[in-house]
Design a binder for this molecule. Structure first.
Ligand code: DGJ
Length: 732
């Protein structure tokens, strides 16, 4: 097998390269692991890029080192430890049994293996066979505490990606308290980049923000127990003036769904340090002798083709090496969900006409949302009691699901398994299942509380309840919701010195539950959800191929939310529904055409009472459904390219292209009208310049080179909220 990891004769350099990207590490003096380079591939490293020795003053040296210019404080390092004279943000913080906080780990050995080792209990990128990737494992040791840290780097043969993770092994005689174990550290010799990240809120997820990097430290994080709507666990570093198609970009993403922290530090001599991993705030993990701790995995990408280049890498990677199972490449059904149609106010007889209408319109699945179980008529009760509400479904849930199936639709069901209401049978029998502190009443959020999934017996209870539902065999799809964040993080099952482990153990418990359920019910399509897109992350994508993008279904707001989501996530992983107007979140009225085009740009569905549509609206819906069936494979599994950003102004455009470049679908949007019509020049990307393409609406023939270089004009319309769709096919 051709080598992807090259080592020099002296075994001091490690060059991970696949001919597309290079990642270079050096074992520097005194056993420090130095970061040499990450970027476009170089053929062969001759070892000339040694970090200059300069005495910076107040940047001290390692024990026994008399070379004042060599300091752990200025060397670009690949992993750093608190207390050793590197005053930048450390990747690792550990408290030893004697109270000391210094850990000095130096290189001890390396191993190279084909493929990629498994991370036990965590989501992770996988390989299909051993030949598609190689992994470098650097083992570092602390001679005093006998602590061992292993740094894992996997490079794929055909992808512009390096995955990283860290394993800590306690080979000493005493326990050590881990306070921070970042999954990745990257030191760059200069900080001349722009930082792109995604802030947000409920109903306003993944809003792009771009800033220059100031001196000092910046932290992007979640302490909510989950990734959250509020901050995304991905960032990008781009050279100034980078556009969608030009410029150098580093992309980072954490394969994890719990508390995270991304630290960005611009240091004294304009260097940049990034660390990414579990949020160390309120985190500690007691590592007893001979125990190991495994960090989540982080993914790094490099592109010299702008942000679209980076997104292409992430999209393919997530679609092909994170998402698993029978639904990975299967076209996802067009659904109608009853949430915005009825909220809690429904019975079987109210829902049946919606099912009938859905069948007549060509929709493929009916999803029964919140309110079908326990005594749940509003959001104050019954979470934890996953038995059907007999008043709403007097003949049982199966009879209703049978009805849906008889109409030719699949049947989907909503659950919120991580939660509990005080007004529930589960709470009456197991009050200790709640995350809560002794002698303190836990804080409600949406009138509900969080189950302590760090405990095996709680996981088991949830598992058994879901199993009884799923074993009935009538559920084709499960929407797994989570409608509050963690507070009162304390577990009855753990001693006081381990309470800092609860949030991470909660996430591990969730993963264990999902692994079990998705393995035992491989044919069920799982959709992730957390009050919309509060947990749309790569960790969850490993178990659930798609996620609800936002509780905001307004077509205009969705432009930014979906555009922002697309920087990391491919359209097959996020869902979008046409809802009623005036929109329930914004009060805005947009055309059915605009709502359709926005929703058709990812995994498509409806979320309104279909029985209230006029005849002409039904006709439009029927056409949308029929159209989506013809473009679905292209939308869900083609290459997605951003053309015009809604964050920059009044328009938005994106494009889908088949991998063989024979077909392309373009959506463009105008938000507000203006008295003076504006003219947008739409230039496509990703086509074959040598081929001719036919516009399927006008039959016009135009060259791929023309579409990409000349583009075409689009004149604004004198109305608000307008959309256009263009479909081109190569004629060969
Ligand atoms: C939040 C979800 O995002 C909605 O789609 C809906 O399922 C509600 N929860 C139900 O409570």
């Amino acid at each position: 097998m051709e080598k992807l990891i090259l080592v020099n004769q002296e075994q001091t350099y490690f060059h991970l390269t696949n001919g597309r990207i290079s990642y270079l590490l050096e074992i520097e003096d005194y056993g420090l692991v130095a970061q040499v380079y990450f970027g476009q591939a170089i053929r062969e490293y001759h070892g000339q890029r040694k970090y200059p020795r300069i005495d910076r003053g107040f940047s001290g040296n390692l024990p026994g080192c008399l070379e004042r210019g060599y300091s752990p404080d200025t060397l670009p390092r690949d992993y750093s430890f608190s207390g050793d004279g590197d005053y930048r943000t450390p990747a690792f913080i550990g408290y030893h049994a004697d109270g000391s906080r210094l850990t000095h780990l130096t290189f001890s050995k390396y191993d190279i293996m084909n493929g990629k080792p498994k991370l036990v209990g965590l989501p992770q990128a996988y390989v299909l066979d051993e030949t598609e990737a190689q992994t470098l494992i650097l083992t570092l040791e602390d001679s005093v505490s006998q602590l061992v840290v292993q740094l894992f780097y996997t490079i794929y043969r055909d992808r512009d990606v390096v995955t990283r993770s860290v394993k800590v092994l306690n080979h000493g005689q005493s326990a050590i308290e881990l306070h921070k174990v970042a999954s990745l550290q990257l030191d760059l010799p200069s900080a001349d980049y722009e930082l792109l990240s995604f802030h947000g809120a409920h109903v306003n997820e993944r809003q792009l923000q771009c800033e220059s990097i100031a001196y000092g430290c910046k932290r992007l994080a979640s302490r909510r127990g989950t990734t959250s709507h509020h901050m995304t666990n991905s960032i990008m570093l781009a050279t100034p003036q980078t556009t969608e198609n030009q410029g150098e970009v580093y992309g980072f993403n954490l394969v994890y769904s719990g508390n995270f922290a991304i630290d960005i530090e611009r240091g004294q001599v304009n260097q940049l340090r990034i660390t990414i991993g579990i949020n160390d705030e309120n985190f500690n993990w007691l590592l007893s002798p001979s125990e190991t701790f495994q960090s989540p995995e982080a993914v790094m990408t490099f592109s010299n083709q702008g942000l679209n280049g980076m997104s292409r890498t992430f999209h393919q990677f997530i679609r092909e090496r994170i998402v698993r199972g029978v639904h990975q490449y299967r076209e996802r059904p067009i659904l109608v969900n009853n949430w915005e149609a009825t909220y809690f106010d429904f019975t079987e007889s109210i829902l049946r006409p919606i099912v009938d209408e859905a069948a007549a319109l060509g929709i493929e699945m009916f999803v029964l949302d919140d309110g079908w179980f326990g005594q749940r008529d509003d959001d104050t009760t019954s979470l934890g009691d996953w038995q059907v509400n007999a008043r709403k479904f007097p003949n049982g849930l199966k009879a209703f699901a049978d009805y849906v199936h008889e109409k030719g639709l699949q049947f989907g069901l909503w659950v919120e398994p991580e939660m509990i209401s005080f007004a529930s049978k589960l709470y009456q029998t197991h009050p200790d299942y709640v995350l809560a502190l002794p002698n303190r009443e836990p804080s409600p959020s949406r009138s509900q509380y969080v189950l302590d999934l760090s405990r095996d017996e709680v996981q088991e209870n949830v598992y058994q309840q879901l199993k009884s539902l799923l074993d009935e065999g009538f559920i084709d799809y499960l929407k797994w919701d989570m409608n509050r964040h963690l507070s009162d993080v304390f577990s009855y099952a753990l001693p006081k010195e381990r309470q800092g482990e609860v949030a991470h153990r909660y996430t591990l418990g969730l993963y264990a539950l999902l692994e079990r359920l998705t393995t035992e019910y491989p044919n069920i399509l799982f959709e992730g959800c957390s009050g919309g897109g509060g947990r749309l992350d790569t960790g969850l994508a490993y178990y659930m191929p798609q996620s609800w993008t936002s509780d905001n279904t307004d077509a205009v707001d969705r432009l930014k939310i979906q555009y922002g989501t697309s920087y990391i996530y491919p359209p097959a992983t996020f869902t979008s529904h046409v809802s009623a107007v005036p929109n329930h979140q914004t009060g805005r009225t947009t055309s059915l055409e605009m709502r359709g085009n926005v929703a058709m740009s990812s995994v498509f569905g409806y979320e309104l009472d279909l029985t209230t549509l006029t005849e002409s609206e039904k006709l439009s819906v029927k056409q949308q459904v029929a159209t989506y069936k013809t473009i679905r494979r292209l939308v869900q599994f083609g290459d997605f390219i951003r053309l015009a950003s809604p964050f920059d102004g009044n328009t938005c455009a994106w494009e889908f292209v088949t991998p063989d470049r024979s077909e392309c679908l373009v959506f463009t949007f105008q938000v507000l009208s203006s008295a003076q019509p504006t003219i947008s020049l739409i230039k496509l990307a990703g086509l074959d310049p040598k081929r001719e393409y036919q516009n399927l609406a006008t039959n016009e023939i135009v060259g791929g080179d023309e579409l990409m270089s000349l583009g075409f004009y689009q004149v604004s319309r004198q109305e608000d909220f307008v959309s256009w769709r263009y479909h081109f096919k190569a004629i060969d």
